[in-house]
Design a protein around this ligand. Structure first.
Ligand code: 5RP
Length: 220
């Protein structure tokens, strides 16, 4: 907890009055949202968009002003967590199932700050199963196509039922073991009809902040 909180607390120092801020999802982004909420209560004047229903609810509880996507064209800074990050700042996200909204928000952000604890930093992506969001229609066929990429796809389940995303879709967790060429894989997966988006964020991060158990932080 201390590592995630420390990374998030450094990231929120980038936020200034007047900014539009993207709120990430997960246990590290949680600390960023908490910190932003505290600053808002002390007079920080921002507007925010959330990457999940959970983050939106947390923002509301903390009094962070939210604006509809229809009213914005660009987000100044987004702070979000990750499941894996490599030295090129390529990232796997979606462990919490929010990858689609996270990618939509990241794509429209001038700055995407990834906040992680040290356990997320890897030499090569792929030990963490890559989450792929697929529409429910024909998902069995979509899974077969994913399998042809040489992976073991597994429908994410909670209490024996398929996990359903905020967008009404399923998540297929794809165990690659290692991903030597994330850009090619990203394209191959998104080329399969039925796939909505995958959790590879290639060249999107502007900064990666790593927190350590002792509470120290470093930029990757
Ligand atoms: C949610 C995400 C999260 O950012 C990712 O899973 C990291 O979560 P945590 O900070 O809880 O380890 O991508 O879809």
């Amino acid at each position: 907890m201390e590592a995630k909180k420390a990374a998030a607390e450094l990231a929120i120092t980038e936020i200034r009055d007047g900014m539009i801020v993207g709120l990430g999802t997960g246990s590290t982004a949680y600390w960023a949202i908490q910190g932003i909420g505290a600053r808002v209560q002390n007079g920080l004047n921002i507007q925010a968009v959330a990457t999940s229903v959970a983050s939106e609810n947390l923002a509301k509880e903390l009094g962070i002003p939210l604006i509809p996507f229809a009213n914005i064209s660009e987000i100044d800074v987004t702070i979000d967590g990750a499941d894996e990050v490599d030295s090129a700042w390529h990232v796997i996200k979606g462990g919490g199932g929010a990858l689609l909204r996270e990618k939509i928000v990241a794509f429209s952000s001038r700055k995407l700050i990834i906040v992680v604890d040290e356990s997320k930093v890897v030499a090569q992506l792929g030990a963490f199963p890559l989450p792929v969001e697929v529409v429910k229609f024909g998902y069995e066929l979509t899974i077969r196509k994913l399998r042809s990429l040489g992976v073991r796809p597994k429908v994410r389940a909670v209490d024996g039922q398929p996990f359903v995303t905020d967008n009404g879709n399923y998540i297929i967790d794809c165990h690659f073991g290692s991903i030597p060429n994330p850009a090619d894989l990203h394209q191959a997966i998104n080329g399969i009809p039925g796939v909505v988006e995958n959790g590879l964020f290639i060249g999107m991060a502007s900064q990666v902040i790593v927190g350590y158990k002792d509470g120290s932080v470093a930029r990757l």
